[in-house]
Design a protein around this ligand. Sequence first.
Ligand code: ADP
Ligand code: MG
Length: 240
Amino acid sequence: MIKIENLHKQFGKLEVLKGITTTIKEGEVVAIIGPSGSGKSTFLRCINLLEKPTNGRIFIGEQDITDKKTNIMKVRQNVGMVFQHFHLFPHKSVLENLTYAPMKVKGQSKKEAEKIGLELLAKVGLSSKANEYPGRLSGGQKQRVAIARALAMQPEVMLFDEPTSALDPEMVKEVLDVMKSLAHTGMTMAIVTHEMGFAREVADRVLFLDGGVLVEDAPPSEFFSNPTSDRAKDFLQKML
Ligand code: ADP
Ligand code: MG
């Protein structure tokens, strides 16, 4: 589903991604872990072209999204993203947050968008909050709305950048549970996370980034019990 070949990203002289090559299969769940500043967010942001790769190629399905002719908006429609800090529209109700892009970008009717929106809110356990404003929700509820909003565009791929890092501890589980059930529907997902238990349980593969290099790419059973690099061993020792 996603093929990444020799991906480089530089900000000025700073080389943040130093040639990353990997593939993510359809329906696969990949956890991306690594120290702060290792390039995890930049890597995710390249996959939906929030950052433009300096070099290398990224295919989503058959499409080379790094090709100049690619319609960036189309790519973003197909690749949903969930951020650490939710990024909801504060002046729209929860349901309006979900219906806005499908109506505006996909040309869905209000009726159709609301029907899909309400189904998604039910899936994330927030049917009762459809008419509430984001400011009146807890962090965990906001993040579940953000996930539902991304899903409303019916993407083929979902990217998550530390979706639980800004949450109070008691709200982490409700968000991880939503992500887990999404994984079970067969969604292709790439998740930057510090939740090692979640990565171990839900991910099919772990990508360990350090200094802009993909140091390990292994199933969690291997990665957590037998990391091959000293850098990963070091990181895990600090995390666990
Ligand atoms: P991580 O998510 O693993 O913490 P990031 O991808 O956010 O790492 O950042 C990797 C490096 O790139 C850091 O040194 C960061 O300061 C730098 N960086 C990220 N975004 C930008 C940007 N827009 N301009 C300049 N430097 C950036
Ligand atoms: Mg980051």
